[in-house]
Design a protein. Sequence first.
Length: 419
Amino acid sequence: MLEQFLTICGRLFLQSAPVELDGVGCVSSADVDELFDSNNKFAFEFYRELAEHEWSLSFSPLSISTALGMALAGAAGETADEIADVLHLTLPPEKFHPAFGELLDQLMDVQNSSIALNMTGGVWGQPGYEYASQFVHALSVHYGVPLWLADITGDPEGAREQINQQVAASTGDSGTELLPPGSLGSEPALILSNWMRFEGRWKRKFDGDDSRAETLDFRTGSADALVMHQSETFQYGEGSNYQILELPYWGNRLSMIVLLPAPGQFDVVEQSLSADFLNQALADLSSRQIHLHLPKLQLRQTYELSDALTNMGLSDAFDPEAADFSRGDSLDSLFLAGLYHDSGISIDEGRTRITTSTSVGTSFGTGGGLSLLLANWGTGTAGLEFNVNRPFIYALRDAETGSVLLVGRVTDADPLVTP
């Protein structure tokens, strides 16, 4: 059989069925930049919501916003407006989805021999159920995700295992369990999922012989942990109650940003954290000679995000009576039954490894260059000590686009690697 291909905005797609081109448009660089800004605003608003309920944190705002963007492709009316508001979207739908596709393409360009970054996803639907063709094609064209079949209503536990296995295989992380036991009942009819895998070598790796046990002070008390050491020139800045440092990966486009508040100032700095705060702090960085003390980390967390998103204004989407996903379901009977996010991060002398995944479950209704940023508090003198021995905030950031791919904090001893 002769395969047909479709070119849209310079991108080539395998055309397995007739494609409806309504709402499929090309986007400008300004549209993509606007979407990056929206994602970063969502990142720190969502951080503040999670920070009310958790100790240490690790999550990918981009993975979550991508999954919600996929859901938005099927939403209409007030439900679509709520999703757009929560994501701080300013682009109309006909530009938003193409812009998201271009955004994901740009981020994939960061890969080199020392950087692996993969972001993709999948959609699992119920066999024999009819989904709106425009919705399915939008997911394929703009988000690059296929539609797989899983017997969610007939065998929810088997479907859960199938989805988890496919996500784990795609991330290369056997520890990934996006959907926890019992997360699927007999009613869900569609699962939208996005996942990201990152592995990056430091531009200048830490010497393992210099790593040693030190005592760190966190909210849960003092704890011994393995701390890495490096004396180098870094991009560094400071405010009245924090220090901030950029730790680059190979190629300089991706970095870890570490924000280290002064002793007793963590809550004050955290309350000020926003996309604008971060942009200003990074704009003020300069090259300084730094002796860096950075603990080795290993953290994995799974979140059910519906409560957090409801608090941010996304209510109709979770209500079987109010949800409007009529652009995704020809029967107009879907609502969001749950939203799960799994995130794992490991930091050692040579590299950082990150895997994240987000799943949006919809159900039948009865009515029808990345950076990891670190911040601390300094003295303003030459040869500064940047000693991450207390609660801190971190972010994985792409310097070229300014996009924040991962945000987290360490406030207790659980993520620390012990001697």
